[in-house]
Design a protein around this ligand. Structure first.
Ligand SMILES: *Cc1c(COP(=O)(O)O)cnc(C)c1O
Length: 493
């Protein structure tokens, strides 16, 4: 605390002497570099002891504590128990690693601390440029609008809100869904990500009106079934308005037939949205254009950059071809947000007009710095490496009598299980559940899990730029070892 000449008490969050904060900042960088450099020597994941859980139960601090002590607490109780996706042998759910450059950029973004809701400042230009790069990545036209969001869940929600508002036949923003003249119906595959179901619920459409179309043996949407569902709904007096296609389903990495879906949407006047959370980035790879053929025909698309572009959480993008439709869905300009001709309130593109959030963080900087540093072609090589690693893992599995894949491997996701002759399906499910838990507890490798056609399986989603091919040899060896240890327990089932 200071006092001015008139004895006013003055407080600040800035230190009087910047030296110690500078010193601890250097230490944080040095420790972080060592931590990431040596990450391979750590377990992928480990259970937290009870003392750590207890540590987080203390109440609101009122007294000051030196930052050095707080940092020690971070090292001991937080950094020691991360989720594990920074590790080369983490293949759970679908996650990226992050990178040191990405972390530096997040730090620098917080130092600048601009609000990306609107206003006239360079960080806004960075977001605009990153969105333009995203259009280039997936082949969307330059006139499209876009928004960086926390993740694909929010990006999908944003696109689905535009689709609903655009196709509602009434001004649904004003009148609400209660005024809809007909029941609105959306269509997607049974393999759709759950975030769409949540979005359709929150948009007032109701999840009963999101028709889950069956998939074929390759887990792709059955196009004939889609056409039949649309025709049946029309005949029943309902209002089909949207098809959600997926580029890279979360269970198995399947790609819907975008060309066929686009043709149906054009013919029927439906909005076509593509959830390309990770799969859309195949667009960067010339050798995989067949899988994404027709993807850019969509009215809107979204993809994550914290998955297969390996950025630190959180960052995704939504792109909408009809920028006016996008703006019409979210723009609402009260007097205190009027856009001026000059000054800090100038600028015609305010991101608050394109999504739900007003205040927004400067998440664009990590993409901007990282992609400049390495070039997008380097990212494409990492993606291709992950695809090759999935194939490699598939080959390792095929060579083992006690392992089998339970789905095709169209991309970077490998679903497999431990098997033994004479065990029932139920016994195999229980065995593989236990095997996976033991694998996690071993800290050796972290795939996660799913259930396909009633078969519980281990699921390795490879979007990890730290993985080496030998890491998959290790995974197979450990799975076989644990499987052999526990299999006798399941023979009686
Ligand atoms: C991960 C994922 C999502 C959700 O993305 P978040 O970034 O976790 O919000 C949506 N769709 C698919 C296909 C995904 O893989």
């Amino acid at each position: 605390m200071n006092s001015d000449a008139n004895n006013h008490e003055e407080y600040s969050l800035d230190p009087e002497d910047w030296g110690p904060l500078q010193a601890i900042g250097h230490r944080m960088v040095d420790d972080s570099v060592a931590f990431l450099r040596d990450i391979r020597e750590r377990p992928v994941w480990k259970e937290m002891p009870l003392e750590v859980e207890a540590f987080f139960e203390s109440g609101l601090p009122h007294e000051a504590q030196p930052i050095e002590a707080v940092y020690e607490e971070f090292l001991e109780n937080i950094r020691e128990y991360p989720m594990g996706n920074i590790h080369p042998r983490f293949w759970g759910w679908v996650m990226g690693n992050g990178s040191l450059t990405g972390a530096y950029a997040d730090f620098l973004a917080s130092v600048v601390n601009s609000n990306m809701g609107g206003g006239n400042h360079a960080p806004r230009l960075v977001e605009a440029q990153v969105i333009n790069w995203c259009k280039e990545m997936v082949g969307f036209p330059a006139e499209s609008s876009g928004l960086l969001t926390s993740g694909a869940s929010m990006a999908n929600f944003t696109a689905l809100a535009v689709a609903r508002n655009q196709k509602a036949l009434i001004d649904v923003r004003k009148k609400g869904v209660g005024a809809l003249p007909k029941t609105m119906r959306a269509y997607t595959s049974a393999e759709v990500h759950s975030c769409h179901i949540k979005a359709i619920e929150q948009l007032g459409i109701g999840s009963d009106n999101l028709q889950l179309i069956p998939v074929n043996a390759d887990y792709e949407m059955d196009i004939e079934a889609l056409e039949a569902a649309i025709a049946a709904d029309k005949a029943a007096g309902m209002h089909p308005y949207c098809v959600i296609a997926t580029a890279g389903t979360v269970n198995t990495g399947a790609f819907d037939d975008f060309e066929a879906i686009a043709a149906i949407c054009q013919r029927e006047g439906l909005w076509m949205h593509v959830d390309g959370a990770f799969g859309a980035l195949l667009a960067l790879l010339p050798q995989h254009q067949e899988q994404i053929k027709g993807m850019a025909l969509a009215d809107s698309i979204c993809f994550d950059m914290h998955k297969w572009l390996y950025m630190p959480f959180e960052i995704a993008v939504v792109l909408v071809k009809d920028s006016q439709a996008h703006r019409d869905s979210f723009a609402l300009v009260p007097v205190y947000l009027e856009q001026n001709l000059r000054g800090v309130g100038a600028g015609t593109l305010w991101y608050s007009d394109y999504g739900l959030q007003l205040s927004r963080g400067f998440r664009a900087l990590k993409v901007w710095m990282s992609v400049k540093e390495l070039g997008i072609d380097h990212y494409a090589k990492c993606i291709e490496m992950n695809i090759q690693q999935a194939r490699y893992l598939g080959e390792l599995i095929a060579a083992e009598a006690h392992l089998e894949t339970v789905a095709p491997i169209p991309l970077n996701i490998v679903c497999f299980r431990y098997v033994e002759d004479g065990l029932s399906e139920e016994a195999l499910n229980q065995l593989n559940r236990e095997l996976l838990l033991r694998l996690h507890e071993s800290g050796e490798a972290v795939p996660t899990y799913t259930t396909l056609n009633g078969r519980y399986c281990l699921r390795a989603a490879i979007s990890n730029a730290r993985s080496r091919f030998e890491d998959f040899d290790h995974l197979v060896a450990v799975v076989l070892k644990i499987g052999a240890e526990i299999a006798p327990n399941y023979r009686a089932l």
